[in-house]
Write a new protein. Structure first.
Length: 208
């Protein structure tokens, strides 16, 4: 598919508890001062994708790893069609809390399906749409787990996985970042939210 977009797609990645949602909201407020910017999360953002989100997060449901990967890809395909491409093609910037890299790390590595196999599924789902910049919030998985537990919110199906799973996912994110240094910027999520925001602003400054 020909990429006719003039907007920019910035994605935020990292394991659960890294602070993605906090950074996304703060960075959106900063970027929106200068241009049209939309903030979305994955899975979700449109009606069909939000319904899929409820399925994949439901701790009462058993979900085969392949089915899980396909559900995330399906939610992503709908989001690309309904929101991402239309906005990007009209010059709007999009800040997205998770995108394809989440599936590569969680399903490709964490579930053991293979990063290349999951990448192929998502290339089809997105029509080849890729982020212009990806901000990876790097954090020790044990620290991230501690942050999650302090929220006093019942964990969803994925958040209930064991420490080995999240160690694997974190390592996969590091490998993805190392393989694509032009797109990725790695930020220390152990720092204060204010400093992380400052680093994020600097990391996207060249996209203007």
């Amino acid at each position: 598919m020909v990429d006719s977009r003039t907007g920019k797609l910035i994605t935020i990645e990292g394991i659960d508890g890294a602070g993605k949602s906090t950074l996304a909201a703060s960075l959106h407020a900063v970027l929106a001062r200068r241009r049209p910017v939309e903030l979305l999360r994955e899975p979700g953002g449109v009606g069909l994708s939000e319904r899929i989100r409820a399925l994949v997060q439901d701790p009462a449901l058993r979900c085969d790893p392949r089915a899980e990967a396909l559900l995330y890809a399906a939610a992503r395909a709908q989001l690309v069609d309904e929101r991402l491409r239309p906005w990007l093609e009209t010059g709007t910037w999009v800040l997205l809390d998770r995108f394809v890299d989440s599936s590569l790390a969680y399903q490709g590595a964490g579930r053991g399906l293979g990063v290349e196999q999951v990448a192929a599924i998502n290339a089809f789902a997105t029509g080849g749409l890729a982020a212009d910049r990806t901000l990876l919030l790097r954090i020790d998985p044990i620290t991230a787990r501690s942050r999650q537990q302090s929220r006093m919110v019942a964990p969803d199906r994925l958040e209930q996985e064991d420490q080995i799973f999240f160690d694997t996912v974190a390592a996969a994110y590091d490998e993805l970042a190392a393989s694509d240094p032009h797109r990725f910027r790695v930020l220390d999520a152990d720092d204060t939210p204010e400093h992380v925001l400052s680093l994020a602003r600097a990391a996207v400054a060249d996209l203007d």
